[in-house]
Unconditional design. Structure first.
Lengths: 342, 448
């Protein structure tokens, strides 16, 4: 295994973790706003306050980890992506700010629960994946072009690209699906039958669109980036495993059984698909300009970063375990029997 | 037109984000220590007031942390969005502390969540107190790592340049540039000092509002003592910073001091206005600049004449320097007077005008923080990486920065107002008297 592969695998793993934890966060906000809109409010408010509020900053760090890490391991990405992503990334930052401030202003202490704020918070959960996911389309090439040695983003090509839009739609359906499955489990654990039923219904509703849009992207890639498409076909069996895991999740949710396992299967489904996609993208970070080899940092820095990463994990894993034990696996806390907020 | 120059606009947006973020970051680094000290004093003295003090500070702290997280994420990403060429070059050498900062922050965020949501969950207060240690450590470590990156920009080392590429990179050497000791110490000490004075301001304001509760008196006395300790530390470190500048960045010190010609027995110039190379209406302290720079009243101090004109920082940083130093000195003096008077029971510290001066301490300290960061950043001009890359070479070529400035300015206004509204509402709805009464009746702190 080369240093380049180690670097990109670590980053890809953290991006995967961000996709999962952020989807739970984004989707929950949307479902909360939606129930408030149709008058079923407060079903989810408790869940959001008890689980999302203590952990949202941790969720945010996964994102920071990814973009700081990618500049560290592959500094040239700053040149290509930094220059071209100014507008979409700034919009994403503003949306993240709306979410962060919602937790700060509305759920801690002062409890400003203005409806407009709830809607903005919910809407930002949908707009964020829509602002972030086009980067995946851009990495396929054809949207970032060079002018006088300086990269620029061809907005027209991007916004008229069916590939870009399918990726956006997939990110939305995936967010809602992942979130609904997790919240079904969490509500069931909390013994909240009403919330469980509601979230189970949402999980089943969004399962279909999620798998259809995912397949649609592979189809779009055939026209847009044949090289990548061919490599995806080579890995068809991994995607097949992913599909089986998906079917397992839906079956369990349908049968109202083992919600915990259903969520674990879902993690497996996304893990296999995400890594198969990543592997088929190899070695490109940006078609056709940037591969993980020519953009890689020097060896001394790479080794230093990997050592720092391993040392960091020793600090992080026990702390994360403690966090989850207190807020995810502590029955009294989840059921809302106790409120220990400062 | 400067407004169409992406480099200029990138500077404006970075200035905007950093100026806003630094207020929250400073409080974010300093306040955990204050909460720790209050909670510790409360446990040791078995005084419920200090425990409640820690708890109420923590409640406000979480709001500022959230905004700090959000703006910190913004500046983290803006580094690559606005300065892609700089990050591409510097990423090869200084990515390590940036990466480590993420871990430090991870650590802090995890334990902050746990700390906040576990009040009264443990029988033993000391167990809960322990959870605060990683929060304070993580916050401090974050600021250390980020300051290391800034030190590297001021005094880069740990690499060689060959054909425009950085080779023979030594990441550890790059992390420990000569600018690190004074910079890190200065950032930490001023964060603690500022947080203490901000908290003192709040206590004084409550007392001016008519609250006679002993709780506020305890809060004020504690924070003023801490403020004094860290103000003295800041002054000492400031002296070392002067010596660092004289040795490694003499142009920054010379520009701050309007010191045009290299000369011995240099005097320190305070305030004044510039007429050509002549400082008018200024206060001149003989030999003071030589002492600040080299610890010797007769030592030679390098002047601006040693540097080509296009490598000199702008001369208005003199005022930033003066603002920072004056406020620092004033706060050290003021807290000294307060602490001595409090020990001797002199009553003038209880007069309204003295309380108002105490209230002013917090905002003044924050102004000094801003002046200090503006001074160090503008004082590095025209460099983004001193001696290797100028800000215009490091900036983006994207033409949309102006629009982003408008967006982010709007965001910061909303976040700033939001913080103020939420904090005042939170404390007004649940004043300490009410909470103490509720606790005596055996109810939890949050009950209304």
């Amino acid at each position: 295994m080369t240093l380049e592969i180690i670097g990109i695998s670590v980053l890809w793993l953290f991006l995967f973790l961000y996709v999962i934890v952020a989807s739970i966060d984004f989707g929950a906000g949307f479902f909360n706003a939606y129930s408030s809109f149709v008058g079923k409010q407060h079903i989810l408010t408790g869940v959001i306050q008890r689980y999302l509020s203590p952990v949202w900053e941790v969720t945010n760090v996964f994102f920071v980890f990814f973009f700081v890490g990618i500049i560290g391991f592959f500094p040239q990405t700053a040149f290509y992506y930094g220059t071209t992503l100014l507008v979409p990334a700034s919009l994403a930052l503003i949306l993240l700010a709306i979410r962060g401030s919602y937790y700060a202003f509305a759920t801690y202490g002062a409890k400003i629960n203005h409806r407009g704020y709830i809607y903005m918070y919910g809407l930002s959960g949908l707009l964020l994946p829509a602002a972030l996911s086009p980067v995946l389309a851009m990495s396929e090439g054809g949207f970032i072009l060079m002018d006088n040695g300086q990269p620029y983003l061809d907005y027209w090509a991007l916004f008229t690209s069916p590939l870009m839009w399918s990726i956006v739609v997939l990110s939305l359906t995936a967010v809602l699906y992942i979130s609904a499955v997790f919240l079904t489990w969490y509500s069931a654990k909390a013994g909240d039958a009403k919330a469980t039923n509601l979230m189970r219904k949402y999980a089943l509703i969004w399962a279909g669109p999620a798998i259809v849009t995912a397949t649609g992207i592979i189809y779009e890639l055939r026209g847009h980036n044949p090289e990548h498409y061919a490599r995806i076909l080579d890995l068809w069996w991994v995607f097949a495993v992913s599909f089986l895991l998906f079917a397992g999740t839906v079956y369990l949710i349908w049968k109202k059984r083992h919600y915990g396992w259903a969520f674990i299967l879902l993690m497996g489904q996304f893990f296999t698909a995400f890594f198969a996609y990543g592997a088929s993208h190899y070695p490109y970070l940006l078609y056709p300009y940037l591969t993980i080899y020519d953009s890689f940092t020097n060896e001394a820095m790479a080794i230093a970063l990997i050592i720092a990463f391993i040392a960091g994990l020793f600090l992080l894993l026990p702390s994360l375990y403690l966090l989850f034990r207190l807020f995810l696996f502590d029955k009294d806390y989840i059921e809302g029997k106790s409120d220990y907020h400062a | 037109m400067e407004f169409q120059d992406p480099a200029f606009m990138s500077r404006i947006l970075t200035l905007l984000t950093l100026s806003f973020h630094i207020l929250y970051a400073t409080i974010g680094v300093g306040v955990p220590l204050m909460i720790m000290i209050a909670q510790w004093v409360g446990i040791k003295k078995k005084d419920d007031h200090y425990i409640l003090l820690a708890r109420r500070w923590a409640r406000g702290f979480v709001i500022t942390v959230a905004v700090g997280v959000v703006t910190g994420t913004a500046i983290g990403l803006q580094l690559s969005l606005l300065w892609p060429n700089f990050m591409q070059l510097a990423g090869n050498v200084i990515a390590l502390p940036l990466f480590m900062e993420v871990f430090a922050f991870f650590f802090e965020a995890i334990f902050l969540g746990i700390y906040l949501y576990t009040w009264d969950r443990f029988e033993d207060q000391r167990k809960h107190f322990l959870l605060l240690i990683p929060v304070a450590l993580g916050a401090a470590a974050s600021s250390v790592f980020i300051t290391i990156v800034n030190a590297f920009m001021n005094q880069p080392q740990g690499f060689e340049i060959l054909n425009g590429e950085m080779v023979n990179v030594d990441p550890l050497l790059a992390m420990f540039s000569p600018a690190v000791p004074t910079k890190v110490a200065h950032v930490m000490a001023t964060a603690f000092m500022t947080s203490a004075f901000v908290l003192a301001s709040i206590a004084a304001l409550r007392m001016l509002g008519g609250s006679k509760h002993i709780y506020h008196k305890k809060a004020l006395f504690l924070t003023m003592k801490l403020g004094l300790v860290f103000a003295i530390a800041t002054a000492l470190i400031g002296d070392f910073s002067g010596k660092y500048l004289a040795e490694y960045q003499p142009e920054k010190l010379a520009a701050a001091e309007w010191h045009f010609e290299t000369e011995e027995d240099a005097s320190l110039i305070l305030f004044g206005i510039l007429d050509g190379e002549e400082a008018k209406y200024a206060i001149e302290i003989p030999y003071a600049l030589s002492i600040l720079a080299h610890g010797d009243p007769f030592a030679e101090v390098t002047g601006l004449n040693e540097f080509p004109e296009d490598e000199r920082p702008p001369l208005w940083i003199h005022y930033l320097f003066d603002t920072m130093v004056t406020i620092g000195m004033w706060l050290a003096f003021f807290s000294f007077v307060y602490v001595v008077a409090a020990f001797r029971n002199w009553s003038f510290i209880q007069t309204r005008w003295f309380r108002w001066l105490t209230v002013a301490g917090g905002p003044l300290a924050l102004i000094a923080i801003e002046a200090g960061w503006w001074f160090t950043e503008v004082g590095r001009q025209p460099w983004i990486l001193r001696g290797y890359m100028t800000v215009s070479e490091g900036a983006t070529t994207s033409g949309n920065v102006d629009l982003m400035i408008v967006l982010f300015a709007g965001l910061y206004v909303i976040l700033g107002i939001g913080t103020a509204v939420v904090l005042t509402r939170m404390y007004r709805q649940n004043p300490v008297e009410k909470e103490l009464a509720a606790r005596e009746n055996g109810k939890g702190g949050e009950e209304e």
